[in-house]
Write a protein that binds this ligand. Structure first.
Ligand code: ATP
Ligand code: MG
Ligand code: MG
Length: 578
């Protein structure tokens, strides 16, 4: 495990607190765009942003970055709230960037008045061509020197709805020769006649990410704006937007009749002690893709049953698979926060959930691939009811009642007609323990025409009640079992990795990541038998099938009173490390 000292973000906050930079204020935000469901990478950002606020007695807001109406939807808004809450975090407030559309518009006009922004009528292609390259400086737009008056008139025309998408854009007037291409007169506003999930058709111009993001941070009073490394190049633009607004606030005369907006902005803590952006390494894990664009493709093309398919690396997928919020938070703790990109083994995530469930999951017996075992000397109408502990260690879990009858189900793989010496399970003439019940001695078996075992016979020793023989002979093997008369039928869903390779995000020539989807990654066992104690289990409950794995009742298809549906969260041991 990596060092668990303070990460570099917390070190920065410590230094800022020591210098009095924000007078002790610590404020972060988690800023998802509601254009998809959250994935495990987002969990890392959530744990960091909310964790910092918790550790420093600060504030963390959940802010929806909803500046791109075309791809956004309330379904995503709802799912994001659900996922953040489920992970165990509470936001101080839940604003939307669209709450600031009016303010952002005025800030854009302010920039125009300051001579820091202009309306450009070049086509998108021309703008791209004239931006230059890393080696070549860009070329100034012929519209770059429009007067303030002309720019204001044009920008207001953009807002009025009279212009078509793409006809012109508002650009920051920075430096077409800047070494950082981001600073070559970046787009600040674009025309988009589209219905926004919150503001409807109020707006037909929308702010660009860089403009909206830094300014929303400043408006809210964020101190430490934490994002992933791919935004490192955007940082100077973030700074330019915030600094330019702060400069503008020194010129109240520019606000004219909008003095209320001026006073509102000028009073905000984030525009006195401005926010700064810090980048950390995004999470990558083996065997999957962490990109909303790719995940949405898996859903839309039907490779999975939905965003919450238990094979999806989404938070809702992990939840449905049976991962606990504690295990995901523990995972995020263990991987730490670094400045260099790396890839974490999926096995670490599994180890975290195993460790958590080993402590907490109650134990039950379930037979996945049943074959009949008949106890010949056990009376047909007799039932022994065993009280069996739900937890091997914690008595407070109590016990459940497990009925034992003449006919039982056992695991087909627990019997061999001609077992080798080291096979400590059932075979003709061998004695084994039926977990918590009795020793049974195998006396014979039947097969069908194809040679498949159809029934196994045994006798039990009444002296071994409870599965023990005081001071007597010992048996090596212990097997799980379910009463054939009392057991309940269940559907069990076993999952393996959705992708057949370690890095589906880097496909070989001519392939794409979907070519690596493993069609056998879901195995449905339609006829399993489980203890009657599971009868009234609610959806979404974690438990262990002894000797088999950690499972949970499916949070969609498992309905009390109907056929039970259980998802395998993970195997008991790391099969990957074999
Ligand atoms: P994707 O790249 O998957 O489409 P995104 O970065 O566009 O995701 P946002 O909704 O913009 O998704 O992200 C919200 C926050 O989560 C951002 O601060 C972003 O940096 C962070 N984030 C996204 N992906 C990861 C990741 N893999 N690891 C850590 N943080 C991430
Ligand atoms: Mg994004
Ligand atoms: Mg992204």
């Amino acid at each position: 495990t990596p060092e668990r000292g303070k990460d570099f973000i917390r070190q920065i906050i410590d230094a800022d607190n020591a210098s009095g930079k924000y007078k002790g204020r610590v404020q972060t935000r988690f800023p998802p765009e509601p254009n998809g469901y959250l994935h495990i990478g987002h969990a890392k950002s959530i744990c960091l942003n909310f964790g910092v606020a918790r550790d420093y007695d600060g504030i963390c807001k959940l802010r929806f970055d909803d500046t791109n109406p075309v791809k956004e939807d309330v379904e995503y808004v709802d799912s994001i709230r659900e996922d953040v809450s489920w992970l165990g975090f509470q936001w101080e407030a839940n604003p939307f960037a669209s709450d600031y559309f009016e303010k952002l518009y005025f800030i854009a006009e302010l920039l125009i008045k300051m001579g820091k922004a202009y309306v450009d009528h070049q086509s998108a292609d021309e703008i791209r061509e004239n931006r230059g390259t890393l080696k070549e400086p860009g070329i100034n737009s012929p519209y770059r020197d429009r007067t303030v008056e002309e720019n204001l008139t044009l920008f207001r025309a953009m807002r009025s709805g009279d212009l078509a998408d793409g006809e012109c854009i508002l650009r920051g007037k920075i430096d077409m020769a800047a070494p950082n291409v981001m600073l070559r007169d970046p787009a600040l506003y674009r025309i988009k006649h589209a219905d926004h999930h919150r503001t409807g058709d109020t707006w037909c111009i929308y702010p660009m990410y860089d403009f909206a993001h830094g300014l929303s941070d400043a408006i809210e009073g964020v101190t430490h704006s934490i994002c992933t490394l791919e935004f490192e190049n955007n940082r100077p633009l973030y700074d330019w937007c915030v600094d330019t607004l702060m400069d503008g606030l020194k010129q109240p005369e520019l606000f004219g009749e909008n003095s209320a907006i001026y006073e509102d902005l000028a009073a905000r803590p984030g525009l006195k002690d401005r926010p700064w952006q810090y980048e950390f390494a995004r999470l990558n894990i083996t065997g999957t893709v962490l990109s909303k664009r790719k995940l949405i493709q898996l859903v839309q093309e039907g490779h999975v049953s939905g965003w919450d398919d238990p094979r999806m690396p989404t938070i809702s997928g992990f939840r449905r698979r049976g991962f606990t919020p504690e295990s995901i938070r523990d995972f995020c703790d263990r991987i730490g926060v670094a400045k260099a990109d790396s890839t974490v083994e999926y096995a670490l995530l599994e180890a975290c959930v195993r460790e958590d469930l080993n402590k907490r999951a109650p134990r039950y017996m379930g037979v996945m691939d049943p074959v009949k075992l008949v106890i010949e000397n056990y009376p047909e109408d007799q039932v022994d009811e065993f009280d069996v502990a739900l937890s091997p260690e914690d008595d407070s879990y109590g016990t459940r009642k497990v009925p034992f009858t003449r006919e039982l189900w056992i695991e087909r793989s627990d019997f061999m007609e001609d077992p080798p010496k080291k096979f400590f399970r059932m075979g003709p003439g061998r004695e084994v323990r039926l977990r918590a019940a009795y020793y049974v001695l195998c006396t014979g078996y039947d097969t069908d025409a194809e040679g498949n075992v159809t029934e196994i016979r045994a006798t039990y020793d009444p002296e071994t009640k409870g599965g023990w023989l005081e001071g007597g002979r010992k048996v090596k093997g212990t097997m799980h079992w379910v009463s054939a008369t009392h057991g309940l039928k269940a559907e069990v869903r076993n999952y393996t990795s959705l992708f057949s390779v370690d890095n589906p995000g880097a496909p070989e020539e001519g392939k794409t990541f979907v070519d690596y989807v493993d069609p056998d990654s879901l195995e449905v066992l339609p006829e399993c038998y489980v203890e009657p104690a599971l009868a009234d289990m609610e959806p979404g409950v974690n438990f262990q099938f002894e000797r088999t794995g950690y499972y949970c009742s499916d949070n969609k298809d498992h309905k009390p009173g109907k056929t039970m549906v259980f998802n395998r969260t993970t195997t008991l041991r790391d099969s990957w490390a074999k």
